[in-house]
Design a protein around this ligand. Structure first.
Ligand SMILES: [Zn+2]
Ligand SMILES: [Zn+2]
Length: 271
């Protein structure tokens, strides 16, 4: 009788463990301390500020990281928002009517040769968010939350739109859920449960441009994404697709010096 109980418990633990991991590969920022402040440069127009502020505060619920909205980030020029370059060591978030690109949101990160994130960006496509279907607080909050979650190394908890909601912005649902859940926060604490030999983030305002790019907004096969081979378009294309699952797809471009630029695309429904 006692033996049976033990067996059942072990089986439960294993299934819980395999369910539990939803990190985005092994991507994470390098830190020499157990907790770090990641600067989020808010280059969205004021109608998005409420969503950015909420997501920044939600993700700061983790023990291991605080997202700090850059207080002097007023650069909301069309040019800046079109490129949405993340400066070295920080993340930029932008909105714009990027056009009928097929994507609702994208999150880009650049990875150094040690596998650490060195910069990131999130783009929110107003071409779709201005349409009746997506022009809701739920969609806007959820995609903002999810893309910023990708910028710190989280993947999706689930990619089926039609099953029971996990009540997390990292779960595909329609209508979507706006906020992270406790499991997302736990996963962050797991991802950042070690320290590194150096910091790949920076907190000072003097951080220059020239981060990981983000200039390319075109759908695959068009414009800056015309080249099928990595590196074909030099600095701006998404590179090759690492695969699509449901409405999400990941692309990678590798620089000659080994720096990888990874783009996570959230396709609009129907694309
Ligand atoms: Zn590390
Ligand atoms: Zn996603």
């Amino acid at each position: 009788m006692k033996k049976l109980t033990i067996v059942v418990l072990v089986a439960l633990l294993i299934s819980a463990a395999s369910y539990a991991n939803h990190s985005w590969s092994t991507y994470h920022w390098a830190r020499t301390t157990t907790s770090f402040n990641l600067t989020i440069i808010n280059s969205t127009t004021s109608d998005w500020d409420v969503y950015v502020g909420q997501a920044v505060s939600d993700w700061s619920g983790s023990q291991s990281l605080n997202m700090i909205e850059d207080p002097i980030s007023d650069d909301t020029s069309n040019k800046t928002r079109r490129r949405c370059n993340g400066p070295a060591g920080q993340v930029r978030i932008c909105n714009l009517a990027y056009g009928q690109t097929g994507w609702l949101g994208i999150a880009g990160i650049s990875i150094d040769t040690n596998g650490h994130i060195t910069t990131g960006y999130t783009k929110l496509n107003d071409t779709y968010f201005s349409q009746f279907y997506y022009d809701t607080p739920e969609w806007k909050q959820s995609v903002t939350c999810q893309e910023l979650g990708h910028n710190v190394g989280l993947g999706h908890q689930d990619e089926d739109f039609n099953n029971t909601s996990l009540l997390s912005c990292m779960d595909y649902q329609d209508p979507p859920f706006e906020y992270p859940n406790a499991h997302d926060i736990e996963q962050l604490d797991t991802i950042y449960g070690h320290t590194d030999m150096y910091d790949s983030y920076v907190t000072d305002d003097g951080a220059g441009g020239g981060g990981g790019g983000g200039g390319c907004n075109a759908p695959p096969g068009k414009g800056c994404n015309k080249g099928e081979t990595p590196g074909h378009n030099g600095d701006i294309g998404w590179g090759i697709s690492l695969g699509r699952r449901g409405q999400s797809e990941t692309f990678m471009r590798i620089d000659p010096d080994g720096i990888r630029h990874i783009v996570h695309v959230t396709w609009a429904i129907g694309y």
